[in-house]
Design a protein around this ligand. Structure first.
Ligand code: SF4
Length: 390
């Protein structure tokens, strides 16, 4: 695929490998075909197909560990343009969840390449870091970066080894191993990608793309599973969930990242409220980094403690200290009930979200065994598919 006025091969290779870099964006503006050509031009059919492959692979495997041989075999221009096309597709998707998965998967793939070059091609690694806005310097133990950059990059990481107390600090800089430096940049790439979506598209481009990719976008919506209410013996009354739990569920449904403390609180709450194992796992399916086996392991760990009683859900005070109490109402909530301030949350007697649920009359409803076995409709209030009030 010929691209007019292309810069030096080395730069083009770098941008094809790391198409999220600011330099690559300028290449898009100067040398890429028009959006109309990319969306419909026969010369770009292969780039479009590779773009769809990128998005589909991320939807199916947000960990980004599956091999993408077609992409690996493509030439640098095709890889670069397929990245552009993937961004366009995600910008017209019906929800943000596929875009968040794609950000995780693409960042993971990029980090694998970065991990390889940390020692073999340190110049490439430092160039990528600098262009991302997080300059690093090779050091005897790996790489050095400023404390401020370290804190920015590690803020979203849940791995304990990235806590500041475990790092080597000297003169305002943090020294990390080559592997950790690659992991930190992976997080920087993920944030950069997720905040770059959706792309600002003109209405006519958006309409044209949606029409051209109707089948693909429908398929994509089905590939990113959302939380669902399982037909279990117990039926939850999600309309009686407290504001904090409703907000946490909505965040996951929208594919937003929920802090580890929030994920724990949600699983412990659902378990104590009568949700079955699979219903709890389902609540996490919208998470950008959802992994079936890891989620099952973690939910099992939380729910099997004390002979199945499970961990005690956190108190309101703990949730408040973690920034997870939403009793003032959620201005972004889709309905007036959620947006409103909830008086019960201000009662001194209320110490836990589980108590809120009980006081609102939300004790789990047991379905007749025969009906549960037959998979029929649940008695009493039937939760929405998402389980949330909206
Ligand atoms: S007061 Fe308690 S139940 Fe209400 S939103 Fe805050 S943490 Fe949740």
């Amino acid at each position: 695929m010929a691209v007019r006025g292309a810069p030096a091969v080395a730069d083009r290779d770098l941008w094809a490998k790391y198409p999220f870099l600011p330099g690559a964006e300028s290449l898009i503006a100067d040398y890429s075909p028009s959006l109309g050509e990319l969306i419909a031009g026969p010369a770009y059919a292969r780039a479009r197909e590779l773009g769809r492959i990128r998005v589909r692979a991320a939807a199916d495997d947000p960990t980004g560990t599956a091999a993408l041989t077609e992409l690996d075999r493509a030439d640098p221009d095709e890889r670069f343009l397929s990245f552009m096309y993937a961004r366009l597709l995600l910008s017209v998707a019906s929800t943000t969840a596929p875009g968040r998965r794609w950000s995780v998967a693409e960042a993971r793939r990029a980090a694998e390449r970065l991990d390889e070059v940390t020692e073999r091609l340190p110049m490439e690694f430092t160039a990528v870091a600098r262009l991302l806005g997080f300059p690093v310097e090779p050091s005897t133990g790996g790489y050095r970066l400023t404390l401020a950059d370290y804190l920015r990059l590690s803020a979203g990481l849940r791995e304990p080894e990235f806590r500041l107390v475990h790092q080597r600090l000297a003169r305002g800089e943090v020294e990390v191993s080559a592997g950790r430096a690659a992991r930190l940049l992976q997080e920087g790439i993920r944030v950069r990608l997720s905040t770059s979506l959706p792309a600002d598209l003109a209405p006519e481009v958006r309409n044209r793309l949606q029409a051209a990719e109707l089948d693909f976008l429908r398929d994509l919506a089905q590939r990113v599973p959302m939380p669902m209410q399982r037909r279990g013996v117990m039926v939850l009354r999600a309309e009686y969930f407290p504001p904090c739990i409703r907000k946490m569920r909505r965040m996951l449904e929208k594919g937003e990242n929920l802090a580890h403390s929030g994920r724990f609180a949600l699983a412990a709450f659902l378990h104590r409220s009568g949700a079955d194992f699979d219903t709890i796992v389902d609540a996490y399916r919208g998470a950008p980094d959802f992994d079936e086996s890891i989620s099952r392991y973690q939910v099992e760990h939380i729910t099997q403690r004390d002979g199945g009683r499970g961990y005690e859900p956190p108190t309101c005070e703990t949730l408040r200290s973690q920034g997870l109490c939403f009793r003032e109402g959620d201005p972004a909530a889709p309905n007036a009930v959620d947006r409103a301030r909830d008086a019960l949350c201000f009662e001194p007697v209320l110490v836990r979200p589980t108590l809120y649920y009980r006081l609102r009359g939300g004790a789990a409803v047991e379905r007749p065994a025969a009906e549960a076995a037959a998979g029929g409709a649940a008695p009493g209030p039937t939760p929405s598919r998402s389980g949330g009030p909206g």
